[in-house]
Design a protein around this ligand. Structure first.
Ligand SMILES: Cc1cc2nc3c(=O)[nH]c(=O)nc-3n(C[C@H](O)[C@H](O)[C@H](O)COP(=O)(O)O)c2cc1C
Length: 336
């Protein structure tokens, strides 16, 4: 008997718990179809950025009177590099429509912003274009000593509330790992209207070009060792919420998917593995998960999910300081 991989995420039914994360890979109809054939449970489209949308909206305010009747976000191009990345605001909506028409798996549109503004209205347009859900990647880098952690969290929550007001479809919030009290913050995100949390985004920090003594953008793909942080926090959050949890960063192999499911993730998302190994990697992961569950006597992914969340593991301390002390001690033991 084949293992049932059916999964619920954000109230949607997915045929498999592996989701293609936001990246250029999910930007075309052809790749969306290939990802569906490879067994993806859903796809997240690349993000449209606050800066792109606000740029176009500002242009609209400067336009001659007649042009103001044109559909919003439909004209000028600012942020041309970003527009090359995700086709820009107007084409983005057409992309959502065409990808939705060509696949039957859920299509999640993505926004990326740092503060409330007019750009949140775009979530409603994405819903109108047929998106099954919206994922908002919120990325704030506080540089002022006058801005506290509380201020930063409130800024995130204001964005969640503002986007929530725009849409009736499910909303997922994608965050990074750098919060002093993540469970409290996650609860705030849910209370503000999110149906799920994507943990974690992986921040790309700038590099320094020594030759030109300048700041250089840098991009490195993730490695499997980065998964540990995600596992800890999904394991801790799982026992405290019924909302959806997506595990992200460092998922490269079937074993990584299984570990994330074991600590309680509803789905996993993967990006670097697919950029490195191609879309076929997703099938390898999916088959690996199915075979492992079958070999270990599970009928479904639901039956396996959460078996090693913090509470279920019976080793609650291992998710907090206990892991640290044990790990340090084990390293100091002389080889036998
Ligand atoms: C080339 C590239 C483009 C990406 N574009 C987006 C994006 O548009 N929106 C977004 O939320 N995340 C984006 N990400 C982040 C990924 O979705 C993911 O959060 C991150 O790579 C960690 O997952 P991984 O370990 O599977 O790579 C991008 C990552 C890469 C490498």
């Amino acid at each position: 008997m084949s293992v049932d991989l059916t999964t619920r995420y954000l109230g949607l039914t997915l045929g498999c718990p592996i989701v293609a994360a936001a990246s250029p890979l999910t930007a075309t109809v052809e790749n969306a179809q290939r990802l569906e054939e490879a067994g993806a449970g859903a796809i997240v489209l690349p993000s449209l950025f606050e800066e792109q949308i606000e740029g176009e909206a500002l242009d609209m305010f400067d336009a001659p009177a007649g042009l103001l009747d044109a559909p919003p976000f439909g004209s000028a191009t600012l942020c041309s590099e970003l527009d090359d990345y995700n086709t820009g605001p107007d084409f983005y909506l057409r992309k959502v429509e065409s990808i939705k028409r060509s696949v039957s798996i859920p299509v999640i549109a993505s926004l990326n912003g740092a503060a409330t503004g007019d750009w949140v209205r775009f979530a409603a347009l994405m819903q109108g274009a047929g998106a099954d859900a919206i994922e908002v990647n919120i990325f704030v880098v506080p540089v002022s000593p006058h801005v506290s952690g509380h201020d930063v969290e409130q800024r995130y929550l204001n964005v969640v509330r503002a986007v929530r007001k725009q849409i009736t479809i499910p909303l997922a919030i994608k965050i990074g790992p750098f919060f002093s009290a993540l469970p409290h913050f996650a609860q705030g995100v849910f209370e503000a209207g999110a149906d799920g949390l994507v943990a974690f985004n992986r921040y790309l920090a700038p590099d320094i070009d020594l030759e030109h003594l300048s700041v250089a953008p840098s991009i490195h793909l993730s490695t499997r060792s980065e998964l540990a942080q995600t596992l800890r926090w999904i394991g801790i959050l799982r026992d405290q919420t019924d909302r959806s949890l997506a595990a992200l960063t460092g998922i490269h192999e079937a074993e990584d998917v299984l570990k994330a499911l074991a600590v309680g993730a509803d789905v996993v998302m993967t990006c670097s593995a697919l950029l490195q190994g191609g879309i076929g990697r997703l099938t390898v992961m999916r088959n690996g998960v199915r075979d492992w569950l079958e070999m270990h006597g599970y009928d479904s992914v639901d039956q396996f999910r959460g078996c090693i969340s913090r509470r279920a593991s019976g080793e609650a301390d291992a998710f907090v300081r206990g892991n640290y002390t044990k790990a340090v001690a084990s390293y100091l033991q002389p080889p036998t």
